[in-house]
Design a protein around this ligand. Sequence first.
Ligand code: COA
Length: 372
Amino acid sequence: MTEKGLADVVAAQTHVSDIDGKLGRLWYVGYDIHELAKSSTFEETVYLLHNRRLPNTGELEGMTERLVLERDLDEFTGGLMPTFGEVASPMSMLRTTVSASSAYDPDGWDHSAEGTERKSIRLIARFPTMIATFHRLRSGLEPIPPNPKLPHAANFLAMLLGEEPDEEAARAFDICLILHADHTMNASTFTARVIASTLSDVHSAVTGAIAALKGPLHGGANEAVMAMLEEIDDVGRVEQHVKDKLGRKERIMGFGHRVYKTEDPRATHLRRLAQELGERVGETKWFEMSQRIEQVVMEEKGLYPNVDFYAASVYRYLGIPTDLFTTVFAASRVSGWTAHVREQLEDNRLIRPESEYIGPRNQTYVPIEERA
Ligand code: COA
């Protein structure tokens, strides 16, 4: 018997992250996501996922420095950016750019564990530069070079938006990156592990993972949430809109989850951040509408918001363009994808499941000229 969508099937053993869907808990390497959101940084989270322990001061400085030094795009990859213009969707740009950047990676075709580690850190460091450069150029603006004095999250916003974020915005975005960094055997991570298991390279695995994340049932949901908020546009219209949608058997994006049967612990932080940022910029509309949607969906369907729901308002308040939301998710999740690729390679066996054949059997081949 097959379980549709491989629900509840354990596809790999991992040391990287763990979920308790009934209790609504998430841990990275045994550390509760609530503690990490409170006290960690994205740089430290990268170290944790890749080394499976928290760094000491020197080790954190080392990781931070590596992530800073690896931010610049090579000439070939940077040269691709103007060619995307307005025609490529941001996720397609990212997928193509990551794939293309493999050709000019300083480690070339070195697939050793050390080479794969260096490529992984390089990819994590470069995602923000790829996204920001693409966005600036398509907007007719000069790309802003990475600022080595800024941490990963603050530098990302500065390159994207053209001004250094204040401390509160930078911290809110850093928390977003921590919250999205890993999430067990989600579709994109599974994709990355399948590709790695063939002994392909880490750029190929990450390219495939981006392709999987792009879909609206996975990372693409955050953009769909914003589109819904914009369409509703008024808290007074929420109830009718949601009921109409459900009446048409449409899904409400940002709700439901394969594993969580209660509140997604990441949504708890994103709800708070959406409220705080909304109050700070004096535009609470997106947060209020989101809260009302949450109430109506709970009453009508008993579904909880997932990570993508409040992330949409948070990103909007931070000034991030809607069509870049999923790339921002990818810029964080690349830390988890690469940690999983490295873990897969440590003790690899080709991932090759079975299928259950349900088509016709014992058919007789009829020559084409005799077919109806
Ligand atoms: N809106 C409305 N109904 C939903 C729903 C949603 N967001 N999510 C699930 N449901 C309903 C389904 O219609 C189905 O109802 P039915 O049994 O009456 O047909 C039931 O809940 C189970 O859905 P199913 O698709 O089997 O669950 P799943 O585990 O395969 O799906 C998701 C998980 C995340 C794909 C699904 O909840 C979804 O599509 N959510 C919206 C997209 C999203 O936010 N994705 C980001 C995930 S982090």
